[in-house]
Ligand binder design. Structure first.
Ligand SMILES: [Cu+2]
Length: 306
């Protein structure tokens, strides 16, 4: 170690210690408290509940297999050890053993695949929605368009259109200020939906792959440029549910959260009436704002006249 390096080392150590102390102080001041650090978010839709129960069921099955296999193995290693004079058993080409160790895993897989397949089929059933909303992924924000789809609420929010952009401050991101409870999970315009109604979300993207993911609602769907995919949820509880883009989409992939506010039907109607007034008054909309990139699906349908 030369002289310069030796004299520099203590100041580097002091710097590390100071930044550790600072981040510790920030961590103590942070208010973020997840419902559980070790489990999925509390589900608020039937699908999310089914996913939650599936996760628990399959974890329990895996746990039982783990304990049984390792229990048998360690018991065999211990009880049949050479030092007590145990002779190895001979069961080469034992048809019964071979049938048992093929059939048992097969049955376990069927037991796991049955409820999983039923849930996946239910997740894909986007028929008969009460409200249809298009979610467009942009680098790096979401755009929402309430469409005149089908169902009772098709007229209520028709034409509402806005961008939803991260609202976490730069001070929080650079640790100049303590991070608040919804760090990187807060947006300027939240997606508002009614409770107890089937909401169909059409996903697409303007530039690269994104994915619309809200764990508490049991929804995760890729948003693909030039294609339209769909998913659905029926929230059973009024509240605010947060998610994130779940497809690596560039340098600000972690900075385009999703916030869904579930309101009572009356509150949703009131919000929609208010918002429609604002939209018709000339507020910028994702597909109408001057200079804004037009989603490819819209552009394509405009070109072909569909
Ligand atoms: Cu993204």
């Amino acid at each position: 170690m030369n002289r310069t390096a030796r004299s520099r080392a203590p100041s580097i150590l002091a710097g590390i210690a100071a930044s550790l102390a600072a981040s510790l102080a920030l961590a103590q001041g942070a208010a973020y408290e997840p419902a559980s650090k070790y489990n999925l978010q509390p589900p608020v839709t039937e699908i999310a509940t089914r996913i939650y129960d599936l996760n628990t069921l399959i974890l329990v099955i895996c746990g039982i297999i783990f304990v049984a296999v390792f229990g048998a193995m360690f018991y065999a290693i211990y009880a049949h050890r050479k030092s007590v004079g145990h002779q190895p058993a001979q069961f080469h080409e034992n048809t019964t053993v071979e049938i048992v160790w093929t059939v048992v895993p097969f049955l376990i897989l069927i037991l796991m695949a049955w409820p999983a397949t039923k849930t996946v089929i239910a997740m894909k059933d986007t028929s008969a929605p009460d409200l249809t909303i298009k979610a467009t992924g942009f680098q790096w924000k979401w755009g929402y368009d309430y469409l005149r789809g089908e169902g009772d609420l098709r007229e209520v929010a028709d034409g509402i259109s806005f961008y939803s952009t991260l609202s976490t401050t730069l001070e929080e991101r650079t640790n100049a200020r303590a991070k608040d409870a919804d760090y990187l999970l807060d947006v300027d315009n939240v997606l508002v939906v009614p409770v107890g109604k089937k909401v169909r979300i059409l996903t697409t993207a303007n530039d690269v792959l994104h994915a619309w993911w809200v764990p508490a609602l049991g929804v995760k769907q890729d948003a693909i440029p030039g294609f339209v995919r769909d998913t659905w949820f029926r929230a059973e509880k009024v509240g605010v549910y947060r998610g994130q883009c779940a497809e690596l989409c560039g340098k600000e992939h972690g900075f385009m959260p999703i916030v869904v506010e579930v309101k009572s039907l009356e509150d949703f109607r009131a919000w929609a009436a208010e918002r429609r007034k604002a939209t018709t008054a000339g507020a910028p909309a994702p597909s109408a704002a001057a200079g804004a990139p037009v989603p490819q699906t819209v552009a394509a349908s405009a070109r072909t006249g569909n």
